[in-house]
Design a protein around this ligand. Structure first.
Ligand SMILES: [Zn+2]
Length: 471
């Protein structure tokens, strides 16, 4: 398992130009290899030669062509071997995807034969896939090796990260990807091997523990050892953003994607989209970007708050699968992927703040009574939000019961609390939601309604994170 850490780069114009140059060269190499692949494909159709197949269809076939290409195109030497190699691997992967799709080995949408890439339209990212090879990170400094000069001297650039990279995680970096987004901002994206370094024994004698039950109605519902239950609401205007995205999508799809047929010199052709289609497509990309940014801020604000209040955070391990493909379920799937992102963010923030993050086995937590352990046969339907235990008569709030079971299970499983793992009954029920000024909370009465005038702002650790409210 890995997680991803994306940090923006603060670059001078000169450094931007250097990275753009590197990216352009990789883009050139991609197109050059694709040209070769196209002719190999043609050749294979005619000759069925095994040698050709090996070059075209194996994982490393195209990569092995690079040294040869390099001898005739010296400028490739100014790029580090890792991004060059990965350019070839990327093309081979696309070809493999196409082949797999064609032969029914691939689930999902069939992908086409790879296209030539336009650098102007999309920046070609630079991937350094081996740890400690070609890059070095230390605090806010990122040193990246480029290729060599004509007289064999290694070229390096020293880049600045906007946020410091935690030193204790440096050893777990798996790879580095340098990217540029639509707004011409540059990022260093690190893939980090996951390992929770904080152990139970590091946590103090009376840790504050909370268990969360992820669900569909809200984001998560948690029960803590401090007798507090917390219901965390989804980002309020997420629905509005989704409506806007749907609207843009439908307007775009009403326009012609294939408007003008453009024929190349060699007789092949491609379709150019209409200006209107391109216009809505750009708007849609922007809407997606905003949605991504806002949910990110939302998840970080929330995670910071949770880690501030609790020492151990337990989370149900339920992972959404792509089983239900009906369009009806799409929106709820969106929420599920949000939970997936929330878990990753929370794990990262917990790690960064020296707190413990644990996932517990969620199986049966909903249908088991947390008071008497009675198991309801056939489970409880998702619409039932509250129920009474047929065995002991305890009145349960569905999500609270599930979270409570998660809490008890984790505490017993990990021996988290000295002596018997007793948890106090829930004494206060809170609702949390995130607004542009941070995490807000309010008490909930026994009737389940929010008690007026109890709303208050929780103190934030991270003062500069805020949610923009408009789309
Ligand atoms: Zn019961």
């Amino acid at each position: 398992m890995t997680s991803v850490r994306r940090i923006q780069l603060a670059l001078t114009d000169e450094q931007k130009a250097i990275l753009d140059g590197q990216s352009k060269i990789c883009n050139w190499l991609y197109n050059h290899l694709l040209e070769k692949a196209n002719s190999l494909r043609f050749e294979y159709r005619v000759t069925q030669s095994e040698d050709v197949a090996r070059q075209l269809y194996t994982q490393r076939g195209l990569r092995n062509m690079i040294p040869d290409v390099k001898t005739y195109n010296k400028f490739l030497c100014t790029v580090h071997s890792s991004p060059l190699k990965n350019t070839a691997l990327r093309l081979s992967d696309s070809i493999q995807d196409y082949q797999d799709g064609k032969h029914g080995r691939r689930k999902g949408k069939q992908t086409g034969w790879p296209h030539f890439r336009s650098w102007k339209k999309k920046w070609f990212s630079l991937l350094y896939d081996e740890p400690k090879k070609g890059f070095l990170v230390e605090g806010k400094n990122l040193k990246v090796s480029l290729g060599q000069t004509e007289n064999g001297k290694r070229i390096r650039v020293a880049l600045k990260l906007l946020e410091s990279f935690p030193s204790e995680m440096v050893g777990r970096i798996r790879n580095l990807r340098i990217t540029r987004d639509g707004s011409k901002r540059y990022f260093a994206v690190f893939t980090i091997a996951e390992k929770v370094n904080v152990s139970v024994s590091d946590i103090n004698k009376k840790p504050k523990i909370i268990a969360f039950d992820p669900n569909h109605k809200n984001l998560v519902y948690g029960v803590g050892t401090n007798g507090n239950a917390v219901e965390i609401h989804n980002l309020a205007h997420l629905k509005r953003m989704d409506t806007r995205i749907d609207e843009l999508k439908s307007r775009r799809d009403k326009c012609k994607r294939k408007s003008v047929k453009v024929t190349r010199d060699d007789g092949s052709y491609f379709w150019k989209s209409s200006r209107k289609w391109a216009f809505f497509n750009a708007k849609l990309d922007e809407a997606y970007r905003i949605r991504r940014e806002q949910t990110k801020t939302f998840l970080y604000t929330l995670s910071n708050q949770i880690c501030k209040e609790y020492d151990v955070i337990c989370m149900g391990d339920y992972t959404p699968n792509g089983g239900g493909i009906t369009t009806k379920m799409r929106r709820s799937m969106n929420n599920q992927s949000l939970i997936g992102r929330f878990k990753k963010t929370l794990e990262w923030v917990a790690f960064r703040s020296g707190k413990l993050y644990i996932e517990y086995n969620e199986k049966g937590t909903t249908r088991t009574c947390s008071e008497c352990n009675f198991v309801v046969k056939n489970g409880i339907s998702p619409d039932v939000r509250e129920w009474t235990c047929p065995n002991c008569g305890y009145y349960h709030i569905r999500d609270e019961n599930a979270a409570k079971n998660g809490l008890v299970n984790t505490i017993q499983d990990k021996n988290l609390l000295p002596c018997s793992g007793h948890i106090p009954a829930v004494s206060e029920r809170w609702v949390w939601w995130v607004t542009s000024s941070g995490v807000q909370s309010a008490l909930r009465g026994c009737d389940g309604l929010v008690i007026p005038n109890t709303a208050k702002k929780l103190n934030r650790r991270n003062a500069n994170s805020s949610i923009q409210m408009c789309v």
